[in-house]
Design a protein around this ligand. Structure first.
Ligand SMILES: [Zn+2]
Length: 111
């Protein structure tokens, strides 16, 4: 999946992401044979409006997150933790969660 699309999907509400994913699936299998051109156009127009709406909402959330970063795993703010790391795909993780992951890994290695 496109990285940008993936990023946007991750910022959407579960419901919105489901709508978009199913729409994209529908659009890509091109089974519009039994639909009239007018119907297809209307459907696409509605789809486009809906996608724009959802995209705008997700972009707003992405911006908010950039201005107001929080750990994606425990929702801690940078002021509440020692360190906050940011990945290329705009994921934030705090030192507490990294330590927890590390501990889990170590446990796994010893079993
Ligand atoms: Zn965290």
């Amino acid at each position: 999946m496109d990285k940008r699309l993936q990023q946007l999907l991750s910022q959407m509400d579960m419901e919105d992401a489901k709508i978009i994913t199913s729409l994209l699936n529908k659009l890509s299998d091109s089974s519009l044979d039994d639909v009239t051109l007018e119907e297809a156009e209307k459907r696409l127009e509605e789809t486009r409006a809906k996608i724009k709406q959802i995209e705008a909402k997700a972009l707003r959330k992405l911006k908010e997150r950039e201005l107001n970063p929080a750990c994606n795993f425990c929702s801690s703010k940078p002021s509440e933790v020692k360190h906050m790391l940011k990945s290329d795909s705009n994921l934030y993780i705090c030192n507490n969660c990294i330590e927890a992951c590390y501990e889990q890994l170590q446990k796994l290695q010893h079993t």
